[in-house]
Design a protein around this ligand. Structure first.
Ligand code: GLN
Length: 491
């Protein structure tokens, strides 16, 4: 077995026992990248020298007796999360040459833990998209079929993990951007509860929705990585004060899922859900029942409002968050002679079409005369969506449902139809609106492309979803399959 195909916990075991060094592990990952990255194109930028330097440092730290679950582990970082001294673009021309002067809190935590930074992974511009086709730099391919998209916006992170171009990666999720690409690429992706992980240093999309989380090869790795990222941060006033549990220990509790109540929401099995995907999800639900889970039907009656509410709330926040890109403070500057022309020309040249579309939508929704009809109404329905989940979680411990309505689609097939693209998020956005946690775990294949099942928990319910995911994964083999990197579209 090549070192690059190890999980975090397998590699950690070998590092602890002195069987391998971080330098060897990192060299193996870099060689893998050399061999296949021209086909997958998961990264916006690679930092091989920095990686080797960090690997050597990790080996030195270990030699002094230090131990940590991430010490010496290669990691990809979504290019929407800022890294001191390393160009961070958010997938946008407007930040093409932006070198941040400080680290995001999650990056600081990974550095302290001793992780090795391989590169910055591709993303839709400002994380707006479901296919990574909206990156201003290049498209990323799905390792399972290079003609298909990897999902988005954390498509680079998901593809890199799936293709063994890193051991794990961090991504961000505003409306599904960790879970949907995880599902499309056959890896595990976890969106934590709002406030569980600091957003300090995350380039903002929708500030009331954004969360950073792990994309990994299995559930145990997700638990390990989340444990390192989570926690209160005085630099992000929305982080929760709650203590961070030992997720790995809590996840392994019990021999099976006896006594765990599993909700299945009837509103998630509707028109638009591919029959073949539905069959895989039903298979996962049966498997969970075989493991002792008690299946209970629940209702989330406002689900069908999720997409319109999300695209009003998120675009409103976008219109405010992206006003800072004005050619004055940082990033691209197109001199227009006077102030207004400079603003206009900088934003005209620096933003792509999808970003412009959302700024316009959000500005409209917030404008005088329309605010009550759109933004205020959306906030009211958001409360109803949150109440749906609260009521369901009075009856069940977790909810199990599809992550996405289809498997990965062909590149170019939805790029000119924004509404079709937005419908990709139908099963994921409601969690962000409600502030709760969810994880996608591989549960089968349709036409040789991976399918993920979404396990949803209440606020701070990460241990519960990890436990269900872990026991399910132990009983299946889906996560062990590896893609053969080639192009053969036949959906
Ligand atoms: N696909 C969704 C969107 O385009 C979600 C993006 C995200 O989670 N960052 O907004």
């Amino acid at each position: 077995m090549e070192l690059y195909s190890l999980t975090i916990h397998e590699a950690q075991d070998k590092l602890r026992h002195g069987e391998i060094s971080s330098v060897e592990l990192t060299e193996s990952v870099l060689a893998r990248i050399n061999a296949i990255e021209d086909k997958v194109r998961a990264y916006i930028s690679l930092q091989p020298e920095l990686a080797m330097q960090m690997a050597r440092l990790a080996d030195e730290r270990r030699a002094t007796g230090e131990d940590n679950p991430l010490l010496g582990i290669p990691m990809g970082i979504k290019d929407a999360i800022i890294t001191q001294g390393v160009t961070t673009t958010a997938g946008s021309k407007i930040l093409e040459n932006f070198v941040p002067p400080f680290d995001a809190t999650t990056v600081t935590k990974l550095r302290q833990a001793g992780a090795v930074f391989i590169g910055k992974t591709n993303t839709d511009e400002f994380t707006m998209g479901s296919s990574t086709e909206h990156s201003a730099f290049h498209q990323t391919s799905n390792p399972w079929n290079l003609c298909c998209v990897p999902g988005g916006s954390s498509g680079g992170s998901a593809a890199a993990v799936s293709a063994d171009e890193t051991l794990a990666a961090i991504g961000t999720d505003t409306g599904g951007s960790i879970r949907q690409p995880a599902s499309f690429c056959g890896v595990v992706g976890l969106k934590p509860t709002y406030g569980r992980v600091s957003r300090y240093g995350l380039i903002a999309h929708g500030s009331s929705l954004d969360q950073i989380g792990p994309l990994t090869k299995d559930v145990e790795d997700a638990a390990i990585l989340l444990g390192q990222l989570a926690g209160y941060d005085r630099r992000d006033s929305t982080t929760l004060q709650a203590p961070v549990p030992d997720y790995v220990t809590e996840m392994k509790q019990g021999h099976d899922l006896s006594g765990v109540k599993i909700g299945v929401p009837k509103e998630y099995f509707v028109e638009g859900l591919d029959d073949r995907v539905e069959a895989m999800i039903q298979g996962a639900i049966s498997q969970i029942a075989n493991l002792g889970g008690e299946i209970v039907e629940v209702s989330l009656p406002h689900t069908r409002y999720g997409i319109p509410v999300y695209y009003l709330v998120s675009t409103a926040e976008v219109s405010a968050n992206l006003s800072r890109y004005d050619g004055v403070r940082y990033g691209l500057r197109e001199d227009g002679g006077d102030m207004w022309n400079t603003f206009r020309q900088t934003r005209e040249a620096g933003f792509g079409a999808e970003v412009k579309r959302r700024i316009m939508l959000g500005t409209y929704a917030l404008s005088a005369g329309y605010y009550d009809a759109y933004y205020l109404k959306a906030q009211q329905v958001r409360t109803l969506l949150r109440q749906d989940f609260q009521q369901a979680f009075e009856k069940v411990d977790v909810i199990v449902c599809p992550t996405t309505p289809t498997v990965a689609f062909e590149m170019g097939s939805k790029i000119n139809d924004p509404l079709q693209m937005y419908l990709e998020d139908i099963f994921t956005v409601t969690l962000n609106l409600a502030g709760i946690c969810g994880m996608s775990v591989p549960c089968g294949f349709v036409a040789d492309m991976p399918v993920g099942v979404q396990i949803v928990g209440p606020a701070l319910g990460e241990s519960a979803i990890l436990r269900v995911g872990y026991h399910y994964e132990q009983a299946t083999e889906w996560h062990k399959r590896k893609p053969v990197i080639n192009c053969s579209y036949k959906n």
